[in-house]
Design a protein around this ligand. Sequence first.
Ligand code: MN
Length: 260
Amino acid sequence: MSTNVLNQFARALSSGAIRVVDLSQPLEAGTAVIQLPPEFGKSWPFRLEEISKYDSRGPAWYWNNFSCGEHTGTHFDAPIHWVTGKDYANNATDTISVEKFFAPACVIDVSREVAADPDFLLTPKHIVEWEQKHGRVEAGSWVLMRTDWSKRKDAAAFLNIKEDGAHVPGPHPELVPFLAKERDVIGWGSEGVGTDAGQAFRFEPPFPCHSGMHGSNKFGLASLTNLDQLPPKGAILVTPPLKIVKGSGSPCRVLALIQD
Ligand code: MN
């Protein structure tokens, strides 16, 4: 038996002892995009334009142009995305050190609570209860909030916008400093269109996940799916954004490695 960890890893992948779970949503024209009040700038939806498809425009090749906002579909949020994180060194998609794109994940399952209350907020108390069963959220881990929200396949149900704004679960304002300071996580991930709750514009501070996580040089992952396939602890996430120069984020093919 080889003692080379990478050889062991390759063998475990080919034998199926390590499984790879895709935590990304399909990226297409119908992908839901965050809606902001009309006075703010707009993020483009995903758009695909065919260049050629084995035809007169290119007899042997198929390819497309695409356009979208950086924060479209399953995506990575860099610290530079928020004003609180703008002055950190190496805080953009092209400068974050690549080692940080591999990190363990803690998955907090609150799908039952969210089924009863779409405005459900995760608090430090929930994390402490989870830790009593699964052990501490270790420094450098992702905390992923499993809500099963990604099972809402219809964009209107997924965005869940009412007259008073969006109703989507997320982190409680008190949870963010707890995770950033007391647990020193690498970032926060959720199944909603963004990392904050739908009503977070009313919170103090507003958008506490963006404000507090990026203000602590931490990352975000939004529009995750298949969190129901992850164990509470033990998965490793692979999360490299595109190397957009000074990018604030990027669509991301988020993968989880699991040992069964
Ligand atoms: Mn984002």
